[in-house]
Design a protein around this ligand. Structure first.
Ligand code: HC1
Ligand code: SF4
Length: 574
């Protein structure tokens, strides 16, 4: 243990902690820009400098180990002057563009300016200068990720997140030195021309607005406000938990009802559940798996509901495309049914002339879902995709007091019915567990497999495996780097019959469109909430979804029928 004082407050902590940990334990706030608890520290922003008695110079708290007996000061004129000088250096080069910046209100640089009343030190752009003077720093080529390097504070977190042990993509790296140091792509190509898989992990750690999700929320608000079309929205399993964090509720708070009420207040006519699509995916993908096992072809089957993983296979290993399940993701299945399924004609008043389909939006924890929605072969199933963060922006823009909303909101039927198996899609291992719960039913066997598959759960293990009666051994890759490792083994083709891959560590609950969080245990907290929803669900296996049963009893006839393949399956291109 080490015992030290921070601003005169005594704290006792385990060996190995930093002065930043010690300050936080003492309740002392230290501002940071380049620090993220899940990534290695850089100490480049110099915002967290502290004085340690006996040391000649101030030390960066994020990388300095706390020693027994340290006397630490964070609050003195010299330190304030030094952070102000560092901030001035950043602000001199940062566009004064907050009013139209996508992260306005959730920007750490803006917080720093506000906390310290440094507004006057932010240079004003000349009147009428709407565009940045810098040229070539704005990149809007990706359907999922926007870059504006004029806003970059060179913290390095994006490059770390992209090359993190869980991702290992290395699409972004640092070039230049000193004031020209910037995170760029290989050969400075536009993002759309790189190997970027749109996972959005870089947007999740960017402390400012230099890397953001391609914004769709302005168009969505515009369409809602126009009241011209019937507007339907579906919400993904991981979003109903994480949205709570945007409004100061405790991480892990389940906000399904509040979220539904907020969406209705925003003007959506129908609020549906992506979990319905997830249950349907299990019926289609499970049946597809059984038919591949029977025909001994294209095994192991790769799950395909994570679009960043699909992107990775297309870009890096196109020879493996045949392994991807052709079943669309829950988002796309749900969108196809909302637009063109048997219920589409029942969704309310006649559509305005020229808009004979409902306007369909999804709320996803994922940036790559924007990319998925515009893939060839998806037949415009979805008009716009909002991340969890964008939905929070819309709610704030309309002045809806989210935390005060009643929790009683419920989904519209029939595309709002779901089981716990659909809900666990939001956590790494959830798709495979949902398959495990359903497979013996799909085979027609009379025994029931266990509901809970602990060996497939967890946000910390890279590769998880289990044996499923009736089909064989399956694997779950938690993060795209784990999939790369598995595919480097000599035995993956023979060892597994099915492999789930989620590109983001933790699965969708760790997706690049989720709220930004500096809580090192955020993934576990979200995960526990997701499994709690499943545990409390009256039905926990996808084939028990009565609306799905009804769909097969009428229009779709059976999983993988020609009608189902037409609406619910897709293809991939190298
Ligand atoms: Fe996911 Fe999925 S679980 S991919 O992680 O299969 O994004 O939450 O919506 O489509 O249902 C994401 C989450 C999500 C799909 C489902
Ligand atoms: Fe890297 Fe993912 Fe960001 Fe693309 S979206 S640059 S792959 S972290």
């Amino acid at each position: 243990m080490v015992k030290l004082t921070v601003n005169g407050r005594s704290v006792e902590l385990n060996n190995g902690v930093t002065l930043l940990d010690a300050a936080r334990a003492a309740g002392v706030h230290i501002a940071t820009l380049c620090y993220h608890p899940r990534l290695p520290p850089h100490a480049v922003c110099r915002m967290c400098l502290v004085e340690v008695q006996g040391q000649a110079h101030p030390q960066p708290a994020c990388v300095t180990r706390a020693n027994d007996g340290d006397v630490v000061e964070t609050d003195c004129r010299a330190l304030r002057d030094s952070s102000r000088a560092n901030a001035e250096w950043l602000l001199a080069r940062h566009p004064n563009d907050c009013i139209r910046c996508e992260v306005n209100g959730s920007c750490q640089l803006q917080d720093l300016v506000n906390e310290n009343q440094w507004q006057e030190r932010w240079p004003r752009l000349p009147l009428g200068s709407a565009e940045h003077p810098e040229h070539g720093l704005v990149d809007h080529t990706s359907p999922s990720i926007w870059r504006d390097l004029a806003k970059c504070v060179e913290c390095g977190l994006c490059a770390d997140a992209c090359g993190d042990p869980g991702q290992q993509q290395h699409v972004i790296g640092f070039a230049g030195r000193g004031p020209d140091r910037l995170p760029v792509t290989v050969f400075d190509q536009p993002l759309a021309e790189t190997a970027c898989i749109s996972c959005g992990q870089c947007t999740l750690v960017c402390p400012v607005g230099a890397l953001i999700e391609t914004p769709h929320w302005h168009e969505v608000l515009h369409t809602l406000d126009a009241r011209r079309r019937v507007c339907a929205v579906q919400v993904a399993p991981a979003t109903r938990v994480a949205i709570s964090e945007e409004f100061g509720l405790k991480p892990g708070t389940v906000s399904t009802g509040r979220m539904i009420n907020a969406l209705r207040q925003l003007g959506f006519d129908y609020v549906f559940d992506s979990n319905f699509g997830a249950d349907l995916t299990i019926m289609e993908e499970g049946t597809e798996l059984l038919s591949r096992v029977g025909g001994k072809r294209s095994l192991p089957l790769f799950t395909s509901c994570c679009p960043a993983w699909v992107n990775w296979v297309e870009i890096q290993r196109p020879e493996l495309l045949a392994h991807l399940s052709t079943s669309k993701s829950p988002q796309q299945m749900h969108g196809a049914l909302t637009k063109r399924g048997p219920f589409a004609g029942t969704l309310g008043p006649a559509f305005a002339e020229g808009s004979d389909e409902p306007y369909v939006v999804s709320v996803m924890p994922c940036t790559a879902k924007k990319d998925e929605a515009v893939r060839p072969g998806m037949s415009d199933d979805i008009d716009h995709v909002l991340t969890t963060r964008e939905l929070a922006r819309m709610i704030r823009a309309r002045g809806i007091a989210f935390g005060a909303l009643p929790e009683d909101g419920s989904f519209d039927d029939p595309l709002g019915e779901s089981t716990g198996a659909g809900q666990i899609f939001g956590a790494s291992g959830g798709v495979m567990e949902a398959i495990a719960r359903a497979i013996s039913h799909l085979i027609g066997a009379d025994h029931s497999p266990p509901i809970e598959w602990q060996e497939l759960r967890g946000v910390n293990e890279g590769i998880k495996t289990a044996e499923i009666d009736g089909i064989g051994r399956v694997a779950v890759c938690n993060g795209i780097a784990a999939a790369q490792r598995l595919l480097q083994t000599a035995t993956w083709r023979d060892e597994y019959v099915a492999i789930e891959v989620m590109a983001c560590v933790g699965g969708c609950l760790g997706g690049g469109g989720e709220p930004k969080s500096l809580d090192p245990h955020i993934l576990e907290k979200r995960m526990h909430a997701i499994y709690a929803i499943d545990q409390n669900a009256p039905r926990r296996r996808s084939f028990e979804n009565e609306a799905v049963q009804q769909l097969y009893a009428t229009e779709l006839q059976a999983p993988n029928s020609p009608a189902a393949r037409h609406l619910l399956h897709t293809s991939y291109a190298a």
